[in-house]
Design a protein around this ligand. Sequence first.
Ligand code: ZN
Length: 141
Amino acid sequence: MDALRQDLTQFTKGITAIEAAYGADLKLVLTGGNVELNPTTPDYDKDQAELVIQLLRQGRKDIIYLTENPERTRQTLAKAQDALSEANTWVMVQLDLWDRLEKLYRLLFPDDARCIKGSDGCRPDAPVSCAVCEGKVRYDS
Ligand SMILES: [Zn+2]
């Protein structure tokens, strides 16, 4: 999974700042390694512009990386798409195997009517739940 090395979270601050700039009718202009803001309308929101300036300071390095070279940004998107595809495939395979193994566990050990996680139960945010938490296995003692 080499493509997973492309992690877009490293650009979160820059993406957030660029979005905020566009949302505030401000255009980013790169000049000699500096990032400047130009209003696209005379009615731009000056309070919002102050917030954008703060975000720009936090995301300056990302903004330069993402805006100065379109080809590099395109390649970043392409690598991230590959990473997402690989990760999605990995998740789908794991979900299938998890489901199959959990069913086998219930067949192999029919006397065990406990949740796989013990008394806490399966996590509510888990993408899969064991048969006990799904209500498919009942504890009868
Ligand atoms: Zn469970």
